[in-house]
Design a protein around this ligand. Structure first.
Ligand SMILES: Cc1cc2nc3c(=O)[nH]c(=O)nc-3n(C[C@H](O)[C@H](O)[C@H](O)COP(=O)(O)O)c2cc1C
Length: 657
C-alpha cells in the first residue's frame, strides 16, 4: 500500500456506533435489544453504522444490516501493541472478509494492547510508551494494511494506568510517531482523551494539540452536546471525514436529541458529497449479456453428452437441459477457458454467411440460460491464478475442489423430485446398478456366522475404551488371525446389517456405517497372508453371501510391500483389506462430480469402523494410503474407470516392542 494520503479517505458523514451490551456478550440471553432497535428504526438520518468485527460473531444480523445501510468497521481485537505476540491471523482474516463484504472505506484499530503471553486483559491498556511497543504497533499497522489493502486509522485509548519508564516518549509524541510511521490516519476518541488527560494530569488543550490532528479522519464522541466546545473547532479546523456517535441506542426516547445532534454536526461539516452515494451493494447479475470484449466461460455446473446428431447440454445448478446440433460442440468447448465472445467469432466457420445468425443465437442463448457466465461471476477464489501455499502443488485437486464446491445459491433437488427422476430411469430400462458384486463362478468359501458373539479380546472393554485404544500398528508379528476374527472384521465393517428390496429393480443395503444415498459403492478385497483355512491369495468379500470368492492364489508376500508404496512392514500383517468403489452405483443417482467426494467419505467411514473392530478383537490395525494403484488394479483385475482403488487396511497380531 502507498503512503498516507488524505484523499484515500472519502467523506463518510455522521454515524452511530453499535455497542453490543456487555451483559449480553457475557452470556447470550436471546436477541440483543440494541440491534432490535437499530433494525426497527433504521435511523435514516444517520449516514452509517459502525461496528466491530468481533460483534458479528455474536450478532450475525449485523451482516444483514450491512446489506441495507453503509458500514464503517472498527476493530478492537488485533492488539497492535503486544510485543512478541503475532496478531491473531484468523481474526485478521475475518476482519478482511468483513471489510470486503461491507465495503467499509477504512478500518480503525486502537493504539493499545490486550493480549499478553498466556491471556488477554479484555480491556485496552497501554501502560508503557517504549520504542519496542511503538515498533510493534507500526509493524502490525503495516501488516494490516498489507493484508486488507485498505486505509487504516489508529485510535487513542483511555489511559487509566501508565507506568512511567525512563525510555518512554510523551504520549502525544508516541501517538503521532506510530500514526505517521504506520502510514495511518488518526481517530480521536474524545471521551478517551478527556479521561486520559484527567487521569494523567495533562492540560486537555495541550494534550489534544500534541495529537496528530493533521491526520484526523474520524472522531468518536459519546457526549457531543456536553463536549461541543471541543468538538466544533475540531470539525472545522481538521480534515474530519466521519463523526461517530456513541449513543445509548436502547432508549427510543433519546432519538430526537440524537437526530438534532446529527443535524448540528452536519451543519459544521463542509457540505461534501457522501462516500456512500452510488455505493449501493450490487446484486450480482450473472446472466447479463456479455460485451464482445468481456471474458466468459462455461458455468461450473455444466456437462454435456454427445449423441449421433445432437449436443445435449446440462446445466445442473438450474436443472436445465438444452439440445443443439452437434456442430456447436467447437464453440462450446472454446469456453471451457475464460474467453471473449469476439474470440469465438474467429473460430473456423463461425462467420460463414449462411450460419452466422445461428451461431450468434447459439452463443446468446447459452448466455441467457446461464450456461456461459462472465468469468467475473465465477467465485473470486476460483478465478484467482494465485492458489496460495497449500494448493500450489495440488493443482488437479484444486480444479476438482473448485469444480465441485457448492455455493450459497446452489439449488438442491428435493428427495421426491430425485426419486421421480430415478423412477423414470427405471422405466427407460436404466435400472439401479446392482448393490452387490459377485464372482459367481470363482471358488467360494463361506465365513463363520458373524452373529455369534464376536471374539472380544477383553469382555470388559466398552466403546469408549476401544476408541481410546485404537492406534496404528506398523509392527506385526508374523502370526495368523483366525477365521472368526476375519469374519467379524468383514461383517461388522463391510457386511450387510440388512438388505431391503426396492422398486428400482435392486436392493438397498444397510451397513454399520452411513453411505451417501445409501448406495454403498464400497467393495473390499481381503489379501490373505496368514489365516488358517484360507490359502494365501487375493479374495473378494461377497456381501450377499458373507464369504470369500477367490481371485488369485499368488502369494501376496511377494508383492504387497511394493503395492503399498514399499512399506515393508505390511508383509507381516495377517490380512490386508483393499477398499475400492463401484462408481456406477453412485453415478446412477448423482450425475455430478461432487459425488466423488461422497465416495471418499464412505470409504473413510468404513475404515474407521474397521480399526475399531480390530481393536475390539485385540488385533493390531493400520490404514495406508501410500499405494501403487496400478499394481493393485492388475492384481485384482480391476478397471480403474469402473472401480478405482482407494485405501488399504491391515490387521494382524501386533508385535510387542
Ligand atoms: C487416509 C489415511 C492414510 C494413511 N496412510 C498411511 C500410510 O500410507 N502409511 C502409514 O504408515 N500410515 C498411514 N496412515 C496412518 C497415519 O499415519 C496414522 O493414523 C497417524 O500417524 C496417527 O496415528 P494413530 O493412527 O496411531 O492415531 C494413514 C491414515 C489415514 C487416515
Amino acid at each position: 500500500m502507498s503512503d498516507f494520503d488524505l484523499s484515500d479517505f472519502p467523506f463518510a458523514g455522521v454515524g452511530l456506533e453499535y455497542h453490543a451490551p456487555a451483559s449480553w456478550l457475557a452470556g447470550y440471553q436471546g436477541a440483543d435489544p440494541t440491534i432490535e432497535r437499530i433494525i426497527d428504526s433504521r435511523f435514516e438520518f444517520l449516514d452509517y453504522l459502525e461496528f466491530q468485527p468481533s460483534h458479528t460473531i455474536y450478532e450475525p444480523r449485523l451482516l444483514c444490516l450491512s446489506a441495507q445501510m453503509p458500514i464503517l468497521l472498527h476493530s478492537s481485537s488485533l492488539s497492535l501493541g503486544s510485543v512478541g505476540i503475532a496478531m491473531d491471523s484468523e481474526f485478521l482474516n475475518l476482519t478482511h472478509r468483513l471489510l470486503k463484504q461491507t465495503q467499509s472505506p477504512w478500518l480503525a484499530e486502537h493504539i493499545s494492547w490486550t493480549r499478553f503471553l498466556g491471556g488477554d486483559t479484555q480491556h485496552f491498556v497501554l501502560p508503557t510508551l517504549t520504542p519496542a511497543v511503538a515498533e510493534t504497533i507500526v509493524a502490525n499497522a503495516h501488516e494490516i494494511r498489507r493484508v486488507t489493502d485498505i486505509p487504516l486509522i489508529l485510535e487513542n485509548i483511555p489511559r487509566t494506568v501508565a507506568l512511567k519508564l525512563s525510555g518512554d516518549l510523551a504520549e502525544g509524541e508516541f501517538i503521532s510517531n506510530v500514526v505517521e510511521r504506520g502510514k495511518c490516519g488518526f481517530l480521536l476518541d474524545l471521551d478517551s482523551a478527556i479521561i486520559t488527560a484527567r487521569m494523567q494530569g495533562y492540560d486537555l488543550t495541550q494534550y489534544l494539540r500534541s495529537l496528530p490532528l493533521h491526520r484526523l479522519v474520524e472522531i468518536h464522541s459519546a457526549h457531543p452536546a456536553r463536549d461541543w466546545e471541543i468538538l466544533s473547532p475540531l470539525l472545522t479546523s481538521f480534515p474530519v471525514k466521519a463523526v461517530t456517535l456513541e449513543w445509548d441506542q436502547t432508549a427510543a426516547a433519546s432519538d430526537i436529541s440524537l437526530r438534532q445532534m446529527v443535524r448540528v454536526i452536519k451543519a459544521h461539516c463542509a457540505d461534501k458529497p457522501l462516500y456512500w452515494h452510488g455505493c449501493a451493494i450490487e446484486a450480482s447479475n450473472t446472466t447479463a449479456a456479455a460485451r464482445a470484449d468481456e471474458r466468459i466461460q462455461l458455468s461450473r455446473a455444466t456437462s454435456f453428452n454427445i449423441s449421433e446428431q445432437s449436443l445435449i447440454i446440462h446445466e445442473h445448478s438450474q436443472d436445465l437441459t438444452l439440445s443443439f446440433p452437434l456442430r456447436f460442440l467447437m464453440p462450446l468447448l472454446h469456453f471451457a477457458q475464460p474467453r471473449t465472445m469476439a474470440s469465438a467469432l474467429l473460430l473456423p466457420g463461425m462467420l460463414n454467411e449462411s450460419e452466422i445468425t445461428e451461431n450468434l443465437v447459439f452463443l446468446q442463448s447459452l448466455l441467457r440460460a446461464g450456461v456461459l457466465l462472465p468469468s467475473t461471476a465465477m467465485p473470486e477464489r476460483e478465478q484467482s491464478a494465485e492458489r496460495g501455499k497449500i494448493w500450489g502443488h495440488w493443482s488437479a485437486a484444486w480444479d476438482f475442489y473448485c469444480a465441485t464446491r457448492t455455493h450459497i445459491d446452489t439449488p438442491y433437488v428435493s428427495v421426491a423430485d430425485l426419486d421421480g427422476k430415478l423412477a423414470q430411469k427405471v422405466i427407460q430400462s436404466q435400472r439401479q446398478p446392482s448393490a452387490f458384486k459377485d464372482y459367481w463362478v470363482h471358488p467360494f468359501y463361506p465365513l463363520p456366522n458373524p452373529l455369534t458373539p464376536a471374539p472380544r479380546a477383553d469382555p470388559h472393554q466398552g466403546l469408549l475404551e476401544i476408541l481410546q485404544d485404537r492406534v496404528t500398528c506398523r509392527c506385526f508379528q508374523n502370526a495368523p488371525i483366525n477365521t472368526e476374527q476375519l469374519s467379524a472384521l468383514l461383517y461388522y465393517t463391510w457386511g450387510a446389517s440388512s438388505i431391503e428390496e426396492n422398486d428400482m429393480g435392486d436392493y438397498f443395503v444397510k451397513k454399520t456405517a452411513p453411505s451417501g444415498g445409501s448406495l454403498h459403492c464400497a467393495e473390499v478385497y481381503p489379501v490373505i497372508m496368514d489365516v488358517p483355512g484360507f490359502a494365501p491369495g487375493i479374495y473378494h468379500y461377497s456381501v450377499r453371501r458373507h464369504g470369500l470368492e477367490l481371485i488369485s492364489r499368488e502369494d501376496p508376500r511377494s508383492w504387497i510391500s511394493q503395492a503399498c508404496g514399499d512399506q515393508a512392514w505390511i508383509e507381516h500383517a495377517a490380512v490386508v483389506f483393499v477398499s475400492t468403489a463401484r462408481l456406477e452405483r453412485m453415478a446412477w443417482k448423482y450425475e455430478f462430480s461432487r459425488a466423488w467426494r461422497i465416495v471418499q467419505m464412505d470409504i473413510g467411514h468404513l475404515s474407521q469402523t474397521f480399526s475399531l473392530m480390530a481393536t475390539m478383537l485385540g488385533l493390531g490395525c493400520c490404514t495406508t494410503g501410500a499405494l501403487r494403484d496400478e499394481l493393485f488394479e492388475q492384481k485384482l483385475g480391476l478397471d480403474y474407470r469402473d472401480e478405482p482403488i482407494f485405501l488399504v487396511n491391515g490387521a494382524g497380531l501386533a508385535a510387542t516392542s
